[in-house]
Design a protein around this ligand. Sequence first.
Ligand code: DAH
Length: 362
Amino acid sequence: MSSVENLKSSILQSISAADNLSALEEIRISSLGKKGSVTALVKSVSELPADERKAAGALFNSLKSMVSDAIDAKKAELDAASLLSRLKDEKIDVSAPVRSLDTGRIHPISQTIDEIVSIFANMGFSVAKGPDIESEYYNFEALNLPSSHPARDMQATFFVPDAEPESLYKTVLRTQTSPVQIHAMLDKKPPIRIITPGRTYRCDYDQTHTPMFHQVEGLVIDETSNMSHLKGCLLDFLRAFFAIDDLPIRFRASYFPFTEPSAEVDIGCSKKDGKLKMGNFGDWLEILGCGMVHPNVLSNCGIDPQKYQGFAFGMGIERIAMLKYGIPDLRTFFDSDLRWLRHYGFLPLDIPNSAFGNSLMK
Ligand code: DAH
């Protein structure tokens, strides 16, 4: 049996000396492979006299599992070492200066948000943020949408398992950016003038709906702002955003629980020959919702509706990006397809076309 001991120590020695995965694989093949030395030993048991088979079988099998365990352990050791050295070699210095400005692209959603922010910043708005995971209170209740309100069903809501199942309000992924209005009014006193670009979520998926999408909300609260200010503000925004100085804008009476009166805004377009073109062509396209903030919403935020008033608006960012940049399918925004991004994306140093020099913003 000393030959078995010799074999064992020579295999274990070569395993421990192996310094790369292919050397280790060779040892595995030469010992445990079909024609390997250990395999040959295990096979030879059947040729031994009957009274020796049991002891020899146990010995050979224990050798086999010892060799296999040693190979596994060495493999784990070599894998860890190779990962470590790759981590060292492939380290990226994110603070290094950009080598080629031509490689990366800004996603059209980021670009559109930059454009929206720059236009409203010129009008004196600042950017406010709120959480994506919201209490139903902020997403619905405080916005004058009590649980019995039929409009709640229009926004297919994702509910989040509750940390406190007993609580009066469930937790949701916000279905709109409107709850940021509530946070803003609770956090600071009027005058308030904010826009709130951000992610929103609804349980929906087709060519014009994705479960996650972006909206931007606007809110102005002071003692004097009225519907004509709302109209002027949106007119300036839409003309600057689409860079069309005579873009027609139409306000249609509508209903939102959080505004009274409420309106939907259409912009002029042409849909001739199945092609959509923005401008003064006689046709209309719905683009956003707006209105004067409902007195109940002001009261819910501790703001006296006798003294203060204001307006709000909300629109889908993908929708206006699709219209401006001719992107036909909403779902492609979130496919992470590099060819798509190279085609529709923007170079890092592109300046939003509406940031400077637009005649409406001077
Ligand atoms: N939150 C609305 C929606 O998701 C959009 C909206 C409409 C926001 C009117 C507003 C508004 O602030 O006044 O459909």
